[in-house]
Design a binder for this molecule. Structure first.
Ligand SMILES: C=C(OP(=O)(O)O)C(=O)O
Ligand SMILES: [Mg+2]
Length: 550
């Protein structure tokens, strides 16, 4: 099978055995009748029940109970009797299974909330039995037994929850985009990943794959030379995690802080135990998700105090509520919008709900006081000096000392000096949104992945416009975790990089091998390019070979 191409998430590489998460097969519409298929269908049900029992034994805890209960459903004589009736009535075998299960699902759904929840489990049994009856691989997440490259149409959160991520060395998906769930998980665990790979599901399970996220390729049955080259890159990157840590510095000693992006309190506490210099982006809206009302002043104060305590003397940059567009919140009432990404989102929600921002700032100030810390507090989606001035005034009036803004709207990047002059102590570039707005390409639109590349020279030019302000400039978008791009960002004036903690060692290493003058030369070269690929290639010319090998 030839090499397949896609959009790389991160820059890593991996060699592993393909484990294919097959999508659920449906019974063919014209499936012929087969009244004698009873024994074959029973066998399929038995095999599914046996594999569920086997998984239950290995899982333990609540998962084991759920799997055991599902195995019992797969062996239910009542269900098998209905399948026999359907076969006798002229349904094809897969259709008979489908119809019988649906009949049982209706009964379960009507039997109260507890049993209704079992409907999903029973449908999972159906999908597995139908696949077996049709001679196709079972859908869903298989048990991994060694270093695996997971191949799927797309990964749903339920799939990743069921995967043993310690054995996943790579991910390849047909769908998804650079900000899909798959990409976020890959970033969090620093797993090399390729999305939008046409034909991925045709990769045969069990084949060895060499995945190169930087090149955007996945090669089945790699040649020994390619295999060795990719494996060496993967090993070099893994070795970095155990190598020297400490603060980020260029080869000639310029300090570049290496910080963590965090969402939940658990994230923050996990990150605090890692070798990072603090938090560069605390996405506080995560505390507001899946609720019907905002957390109270006291709830928020407690949450923020937990994070500040976990990081002690280290820097913590908190972003105020970033609701709207890709982060909708039930209680932030914004009327239906034609273009939510261009609508009332980020700091703009405070125009309609000033009380939400007031409470949050008061909670942050109270938590800072309680813990004796000085958080850096910034607003998302600031576009004008007037917005910057108003936010700075409001935050200071609430008792906060260090106040900044995210630069993620081109208007803010182009006029960053004016924003700073309006009263900011720092700025932080959100390259995810900055790329979306600079390129007029919806960040949730996987088909536009080429435009959403943070190596786009137009995006780099906006970073350059921001990088010359005379207050600290950070980057907290995904761009910061690409070691080569991180060097370009530093060359453009950025002095802190915030990312998933798993990505920090590779970036630290890249900095340690590169002088500030080289970073500047790389930045200049990248700015002279006309495409992301050209920008990458030109920057790579001055890079240390060990950095390129990451
Ligand atoms: C860091 C950013 O914020 P978010 O991804 O949460 O919008 C960004 O836009 O780059
Ligand atoms: Mg953003």
């Amino acid at each position: 099978m030839p090499e397949l191409t896609g959009v790389g998430v991160g820059t890593g590489a991996a060699v592993g055995v393909a484990v294919v998460l097959a999508p659920a097969a449906r019974p063919p519409a014209d499936e012929p009748a087969d009244p004698g298929a009873g024994p074959r269908v029973r066998e399929a049900f038995e095999a599914v029940a046996a594999s569920l029992r086997d998984r239950a034994q290995r899982a333990g805890g609540t998962t084991a109970d759920v799997l055991q209960a599902t195995a019992l459903m797969a062996a239910d004589p009542g269900l098998l009797a209905v399948v026999d009736q359907r076969l006798a009535a002229g349904a094809g075998p897969a259709t008979a299974v489908d119809q019988a299960v649906e009949q049982f699902c209706e009964v379960l759904a009507a039997s109260g909330p507890y049993l209704a929840e079992r409907v999903t489990d029973l449908r999972d049994v159906r999908d597995r039995v139908v696949a077996r009856v049709l001679g196709l691989p079972e859908p869903g997440v298989p048990q991994l037994s060694g270093p695996s490259v997971v191949v799927a149409r797309d990964l749903a959160p339920a799939d990743t929850a069921a995967l043993d991520l310690s054995l996943v060395v790579g991910i390849v998906t047909e769908l998804g985009g650079p900000t899909s769930h798959t990409a976020i998980i890959a970033a969090q665990f620093d797993i090399p990943c390729l999305v939008r790979v046409a034909g991925a599901l045709d990769l045969p399970a069990g084949t060895e794959l060499a995945l190169d996220a930087r090149a955007g390729t996945v090669t089945p049955d790699p040649s020994p030379a390619l295999r060795e080259q990719v494996a060496a890159r993967a090993a070099a990157r893994a070795a970095l995690a155990a190598a020297a840590g400490g603060p980020g510095r260029t080869a000639d000693g310029t300090a570049v802080q290496l910080l963590a992006n965090v969402g939940t309190l658990e994230d923050a506490e996990r990150a605090a135990a890692q070798d990072v210099e603090g938090v560069g982006l605390f996405r506080t809206e995560v505390l507001f998700l899946d609720r019907s009302s905002a957390p109270t002043l006291q709830e928020q104060t407690e949450a923020y105090a937990r994070v500040f305590t976990a990081f002690g003397d280290r820097k913590v940059v908190v972003r105020t509520l970033d609701a709207g567009a890709d982060k909708p919140l039930a209680f932030v009432d914004v009327a239906a919008e034609e273009n939510p990404a261009l609508g009332v989102r980020g700091l703009r929600t405070a125009r309609r709900h000033p009380e939400l921002l007031q409470t949050q700032l008061a909670a942050l100030a109270a938590a800072a006081k309680q813990t004796g810390t000085t958080p850096w507090v910034m607003a998302p989606m600031v576009s004008t000096p007037a917005e910057a001035a108003e936010f700075a005034l409001t935050a200071r009036a609430a008792g906060l000392e260090t106040v900044g803004a995210m630069v993620e709207v081109p208007a803010a990047a182009l006029r960053a000096h004016r924003l700073v002059a309006a009263g900011l102590d720092f700025v932080s570039l959100g390259t995810n949104d900055l790329t979306q707005y600079a390129m007029a390409a919806d960040r949730l639109e996987g088909d536009l992945a080429d435009l959403l590349d943070p190596w786009q020279p137009a995006v780099l030019q906006l970073v350059a416009a921001t990088g010359s302000v005379d207050v600290p400039v950070g980057v907290c978008g995904e761009a910061a975790r690409d070691p080569l791009l991180a060097l370009v960002l530093v060359g453009l004036g950025v002095r802190s990089l915030s990312m998933a903690p798993a990505a920090v060692p590779a970036v630290r290493f890249a900095l340690s091998r590169t002088s500030l003058a080289t970073c500047r030369a790389m930045a200049e070269a990248a700015l002279s390019a006309d495409s992301p690929q050209e920008a990458r290639d030109l920057a790579a010319r001055s890079a240390d070979p060990d950095v390129l090998a990451l």
